[in-house]
Each structure stands twice: as C-alpha cells, then as structure tokens.
Design a protein around this ligand. Structure first.
Ligand SMILES: Nc1ncnc2c1ncn2[C@@H]1O[C@H](COP(=O)(O)OP(=O)(O)OP(=O)(O)O)[C@@H](O)[C@H]1O
Ligand SMILES: [Mg+2]
Length: 214
C-alpha cells in the first residue's frame, strides 16, 4: 500500500546535480517557519547517524569500483532508517517534512541512468519505506551543463566532485531524462519546476503549490 505523506505533509525536492535542491529546500523551510509551521529539513543519503555513515561510503570517490546493485541497497538502507527514525515520527507529530532527494533519485540515477530496472527499484524502495511516498515532489529541471557548471563554483564535500558528480555528462543526461519520465508518469505528485531561473523565481513556483497544500 502506498501511504502518501502518512497523514502529514511530506515534500521532496528532486533534480539532477547542481539543480538547486538544497537552496530551494532551505528557502521553503524558511518561508514555512516564518508562517509558524514546524518544519523538519532532511537530506538523502543521510539524515540519521547511520545514514550519514552510508553517505560517506556512497559519495567517496575512492570507491569507484561500487556496482549499481550495491548503490541501490546502500541508498535503500539509509532511506529505510531515515523514514523509520525521523520522517514518519515527524509526520505523525504534524511536522512538515522536506527531504532533499528521496525515492525518485534512486530510480533516476540507478534505474534510468544506471541501467537497472526502474520498476524493481521503485518496489524495493516502497518496501524500505513501508509504503511511504511524498505527497508532493518538486522536480528542479535544467540543462545538465548548467547544473554541473553551478557545482564548479560551489565548495563541495569532495574536491573535484563526489563519486556520483564525477560520472560523465552522458550519465547525467540520462538522469535528467529519467526524472522527466517519472514526472510524466506521476503528474499528480511530481511538479516540474523550471530551475534555470534565479533562486527567488524558482522558489515562487514551488511556493505557489505548497501554499495550496497547507
Ligand atoms: N536558481 C539558481 N540560479 C543560479 N545559481 C543557483 C541557483 N540555485 C542554486 N544556485 C547555486 O548553484 C550551486 C548549487 O546549488 P545547490 O547546492 O542548491 O544545488 P543542489 O541541487 O543541492 O546540488 P547537489 O546536487 O550538489 O546537492 C550553489 O552554488 C548555489 O548557490
Ligand atoms: Mg544539495
């Protein structure tokens, strides 16, 4: 059974590398808090002590031998822990949860770009989250070169980019196409955002939708 938002409001921000997810997640958090809402902002992979350790394994450029199935399970493991330990309890308390990436990233990166079956990744992850999906997902879309260009001026956790950022441009194009395919399949949940605009304009597109959900 798919349980959208577990009775609360669960929002995910998705998109390719450098599309502005973290920037927009923070702007949305700030806007909601200014309006007196309790908000939890979390990120994937990570968001728990276990998840942050797994993040270190996943993104470390030294582990270039990692297989796609290994990635699928590590992302899924971190996600299972995050949902059970943080996201679900927060939603049950009425807190609005914003997640910087969620299941759609696994389907886009390891499925459409990585070559594993998108349906299988979807099923496996719904098991990991005990059926939890976001009520609304914002897909930040922009040309691949623009996202990668933005990252060059951002001080990241790893000099020269993390293990995923270092993949070739062809891979990142498949990620973008995969996200767009997901948005086409689930237009009710996934809202496509033009992420080429300045941060404030991107935020306006997101806020227009979130306001209606409150
Ligand atoms: N709308 C925008 N226009 C121009 N630059 C932006 C915009 N949004 C964010 N940036 C800048 O682009 C860089 C990447 O933004 P951000 O870290 O929010 O992206 P991200 O999608 O979270 O990246 P990552 O995939 O690495 O997590 C940052 O330096 C940020 O300041
Ligand atoms: Mg980010």
């Amino acid at each position: 059974m798919v349980l959208t938002s577990a009775g609360g409001l669960f929002i995910s921000i998705e998109g390719p590398d450098g599309s502005g997810k973290t920037t927009q997640a923070r702007m949305l958090q700030e806007k909601l808090e200014k309006r007196g809402r309790r908000v939890l902002l979390t990120r994937e992979p990570g968001g728990t002590s276990i998840g942050e350790e797994v993040r270190g394994i996943l993104l470390n450029p030294l582990f270039c031998e990692m297989t796609v199935p290994c990635e699928i399970f590590l992302y899924g493991a971190a996600r299972a822990q995050l949902v059970s330990q943080v996201i679900r309890p927060s939603l049950e308390k009425g807190t609005i949860v914003i997640s910087d990436r969620f299941i759609d990233s696994s389907i886009a990166y390891q499925g459409y770009a990585g070559g594993e079956d998108p349906e299988m990744i979807h099923t496996l992850n719904l098991w990991a989250t005990a059926g939890l999906l976001p009520g609304k997902t914002f897909l930040l879309d922009l040309p691949v070169e623009k996202g990668l260009e933005r990252l060059q001026s951002k001080p990241g956790e790893y000099a020269g980019g993390d293990r995923i950022e270092r993949k070739n441009e062809h891979f990142h194009r498949r990620v973008r196409a995969g996200f767009l395919q997901l948005a086409k399949q689930d237009p009710q949940r996934i809202f496509l955002v033009n992420a080429e605009k300045p941060p404030e304009k991107v935020h306006e597109q997101i806020w227009g939708q979130v306001r209606d959900l409150l």
